[in-house]
Design a protein around this ligand. Structure first.
Ligand SMILES: [Zn+2]
Length: 188
């Protein structure tokens, strides 16, 4: 069968068959599912995104992960995909948000691995809590200005795990390491 070359093309960690099959996922995709690289949120949202963009022509996008983050869902994509996912005056982003039924935030994983790029990336997720990023050949260290014990960080730990998975899916080899500094000095 000839493929329509003008159709939207989307690269996600779920094969085309599983994207369209609502009942079950294939063995290959199930391997990613079993190790937590993709989860139900990813599958549901990626199906919704594909539906939302299916009528737009010539859109080539790469999406790595969807992270459910309270009211907002984070869509982690390649650098070149961000503007395409937003669309002219946000038309595509609005469609996606409508399909997912949540607010969305489209965040690009940096293609050039510099400390500055990654600090900007983490600031988009953690806001001013992200105070530093250091990239080494083995690790990406981020420093967050909060106490690990606090409720806020419990939520962020989930976020961090999901972020680690997103980086893996984006074929970033380094391990994500989190350093915490207390926002207020402890008093005795
Ligand atoms: Zn599959």
């Amino acid at each position: 069968m000839n493929k329509n070359h003008n159709q939207a093309k989307i690269i996600i960690p779920l094969c085309e068959k599983c994207l369209n099959n609502q009942d079950k996922i294939c063995e290959k995709c199930n391997k990613k599912y079993a190790v937590g690289l993709i989860n139900k949120t990813d599958i549901r949202c990626m199906r919704a995104i594909c539906e939302a963009i299916s009528n737009f022509e010539n859109i080539n996008i790469v999406i790595y992960k969807i992270i459910a983050c309270s009211e907002t869902f984070l869509i982690l994509c390649s650098k070149a995909s961000k503007s395409k996912l937003i669309g002219n005056k946000g038309i595509i982003a609005k469609k996606i948000a409508h399909k997912i039924k949540h607010n969305i935030s489209i965040i690009a994983i940096p293609s050039a691995q510099t400390n500055e790029n990654f600090l900007n990336f983490f600031k988009q997720i953690f806001g001013e809590q992200a105070v530093d990023a250091q990239i080494t050949p083995q690790t990406i260290k981020i420093t967050l200005s909060e106490d690990l014990q606090s409720k806020y960080l419990v939520k962020n730990e989930y976020l961090l795990k999901e972020l680690g998975r997103a980086l893996k899916l984006a074929e970033i080899k380094q391990k994500l390491v989190v350093l915490n500094i207390k926002s207020t000095p402890a008093t005795q």
